[in-house]
Write a protein that binds this ligand. Structure first.
Ligand SMILES: [Zn+2]
Ligand SMILES: [Zn+2]
Length: 254
């Protein structure tokens, strides 16, 4: 699997977002907790002009049907992209959480070797599960940060899902200085950073840091319904337009 993903799949953050192809790299179908079938999701993505669609199903057992789900999912994506994708590239991927801070992943070897794209995620914090109520904010920040670094260093992981997002959404804002350290490490390792409007809101400060370091971007909407496909791409365009307007005004007066 390792060499299937090309660096050209990702977009350098120091290029104009206006040139970014319509990519969607974070989508759930009803093979995990998304609302629609793979076929319906592909049809909506095509209608929206998406050029590359990456399915990123969850691997947490509580979010999938049964032990045989992955083989059915892989077969379905491979079959339907031959018959229904048209010009759109469709990629078989997974959103894989870390199990511990050593970087072990919640996925079988079959899943890792059959998938064409691995979006690594910090979800449940090791030792804490999904229930983060009462967790010390400083500890949450540290667990998220260490988990993100472990994902970046994992040879099977191509892109990092919503960095800082779980901590920011459920516990306490993830420090931008640590987000920047994650970006720096990802840049050094050639891994992509997902900017995700469901977690990075407003997106401008996150995009500015990514742009400063020229890290590779993966636009991911965390779409659980086909209507949400393409949102990350759209928000990146809008955010850059805002930044240009802002710098245009500064330019006039200085
Ligand atoms: Zn996630
Ligand atoms: Zn997701």
């Amino acid at each position: 699997m390792e060499n299937l993903v090309s660096q050209e799949w990702f977009y350098p953050a120091d290029r104009s977002m206006a040139q970014m192809p319509r990519w969607e790299y974070h989508v759930h179908s009803d093979f995990s907790d998304g609302a629609a079938s793979v076929s319906k999701t592909m049809a909506v993505a095509r209608a929206k002009g998406i050029q590359r669609l990456i399915f990123t199903e969850h691997t947490e057992p509580e979010l999938v049907a049964d032990a045989g789900w992955f083989a059915r999912y892989a077969r379905t994506v491979r079959d339907l992209r031959r018959s229904e994708a048209g010009d759109m590239a469709v990629v078989l991927g997974l959103e894989v959480p870390i199990l511990d801070l050593e970087g072990n992943l919640l996925a079988t070897e079959e899943m890792l070797s059959e998938s064409e794209f691995i979006l690594g995620a910090v979800h449940a914090y090791p030792g804490y599960g999904w229930n983060l109520a009462g967790i010390d904010p400083a500890l949450a920040i540290d667990l998220e940060f260490q988990g993100l670094l472990a994902l970046i260093d994992h040879p099977r992981v191509h892109a990092i899902a919503h960095p800082g997002g779980v901590c920011g959404k459920y516990v306490t804002p993830f420090p931008m200085s640590l987000f920047e350290q994650v970006v720096v490490r990802a840049k050094a390792r050639g891994k992509a950073i997902e900017l995700n409007p469901a977690y990075h809101h407003p997106m401008a400060p996150f995009l500015e840091i990514c742009r400063r370091h020229g890290v590779l971007l993966a636009p991911g909407s965390n779409a659980h319904h086909p209507d949400e496909i393409g949102l990350a791409w759209k928000v990146l365009q809008e955010t850059e337009a805002q930044l240009w307007r802002k710098s245009g005004i500064i330019g006039k007066f200085t």
